[in-house]
Design a protein around this ligand. Structure first.
Ligand code: NIG
Ligand code: FE
Length: 414
């Protein structure tokens, strides 16, 4: 057979192909399959063969890439981003330095609500162009699949505009975009005293979201001054009955019991979890809810407390890591930086970190086994790194180590 593309002279190859159906949990995360001196053959966007370099010498292909002994891994997966929005919020940096808390900025009508104003006013075309730029940036850092939340519309038209933008990007941009409906991201000014009415309005959108296939997951910001545990339970229960997977912005700032709620409802993931209680962490382990941790947000909000990743891993929780890319609490597309943060702030091992941003991230967005692995017959999403070993990437932080990104078997960044 003649292949489309061959990668040869690979130094270390991380396949993440553990043969396990679900995500890696707790101690299982501290392992890696490292194969050395390998070649990969790609055809029709999929991995066809993985073999020792010597066995691959007589393979034929249209294109060959000599990896020069470098590291090759699956494309990274960023399972929590707020990709589609208008404007930016650099003016909040000064407020934060003066000690104005994140939730106080929101209470004053700034924060998320100021991005809502700009997003409502933006055309779909402008949103698309801006989000495509952010996706290009992510791709350049090795991210080949992202989750993207809505939540800067907070009214029917603007929420759907965001979701349609994400759907179009998924169809047209090389990066795969999996959408989450986060209409319950904040209470808009016009509904300030009627949160229940607002949540009902957001629930009514599920019809068209389902009909147009605009989101796979539904999420809510369960937080002091935003949505309570009771409101979150009622909202998510209805979304679950409609067949959507659930995610929760849980215990990000105040410990409200969001982790326990995620476990109770069988959410796919609970996200942030800085203030998650010990009981909540145990429940995540028992129920198999994936903990999506966002160290970039703790860094950027300069919080003294960080998510208790080591505790979660000891208890047997499946952990994933994401940027939380958004204009307020974490304006970065760089998942490599998040990997470094996880090493320093969470003391996660480098093996745990690699599993978090590949195999477990895929499970967190409903693509377990199909993304975040290098395996025969699976989509060929790969990164050739400018490094010869996997430990080097989180170690040397703040710079881009990507050499070449391959998406669906084609070179999309070099
Ligand atoms: O995950 N916490 C809520 N949402 C985002 C921040 C959004 C924003 O500030 O614009 C987060 O941190
Ligand atoms: Fe978020």
């Amino acid at each position: 057979m003649k292949y489309d593309l061959i990668l040869e002279n690979i130094g270390q190859l991380l396949t993440m192909d553990y043969g396990k159906e679900g995500p890696l949990c707790g101690k299982e995360m501290d392992q890696l399959i490292v194969r050395e001196n390998m070649s990969i053959a790609i055809k029709d966007g999929k991995v066809e063969e993985i073999a020792a370099a010597s066995a691959a010498l007589d393979w034929e292909a249209d294109k060959r890439i000599d990896c020069g002994g470098r590291l090759v891994t699956p494309g990274l997966i960023d399972p929590h981003t707020h990709l589609v929005f208008a404007g930016s919020r650099e003016h909040e940096m000064g407020l934060k330095q003066q000690g104005v808390p994140y939730l106080e900025i929101l209470k004053r009508g700034g924060g998320i609500l100021s991005t809502v104003e700009k997003t409502r006013a933006a055309s779909e075309e402008d949103l698309y162009k801006k989000a495509a730029g952010h996706l290009n940036e992510m791709l350049s850092y090795g991210t080949t699949t992202v989750e993207a939340k809505s939540g800067y519309g907070l009214e029917a038209g603007a929420e759907l505009k965001q979701l349609r933008t994400a759907k179009k990007l998924n169809a047209e941009h090389p990066v795969d975009v999996v959408s989450t409906f986060l209409g319950a991201h904040a209470i808009p000014a016009e509904r300030r005293n009627q949160p229940e009415v607002f949540l009902d309005e957001m629930l009514q959108l599920l019809d068209v979201i389902e009909k147009e296939d605009l989101a796979r997951f539904v999420d809510i910001f369960c937080e002091t001054g935003v949505f309570t545990i009771e409101q979150s339970r009622a909202f998510l229960t209805k979304a679950k009955q409609r067949g959507f997977g659930l995610k929760i912005h849980a215990d990000e700032i105040d410990p409200l019991g969001g982790a326990e709620l995620a476990a109770e409802l069988g959410a796919v993931s609970a996200e942030h979890l800085v203030g998650a209680s010990e009981a909540g962490i145990k429940r995540l382990a028992e129920t198999g809810v994936i903990a999506c941790l966002l160290p970039g947000t703790s860094f950027y909000l300069n919080k003294p407390d960080h998510a208790k990743a080591r505790k979660m891993l000891d208890e047997g929780v499946a952990v994933t890591l994401a940027t939380d890319f958004n204009p307020g609490s974490c304006p970065t597309e760089n998942l490599q930086l998040i990997m470094s943060f996880a090493a320093v702030m969470y003391k996660m091992t480098v093996k745990e970190i690699w599993n978090a941003v590949t195999v477990n991230a895929a499970h967190a967005i409903g693509l377990g086994g199909q993304r975040g692995v290098i395996a025969p017959m699976q989509q060929a999403d790969l990164v050739i790194w400018n490094a010869d070993n996997y430990e080097y990437i989180p170690y040397h932080f703040g710079v881009n180590h990507v050499g070449t990104v391959i998406k669906k078997g084609a070179v999309v960044y070099d």
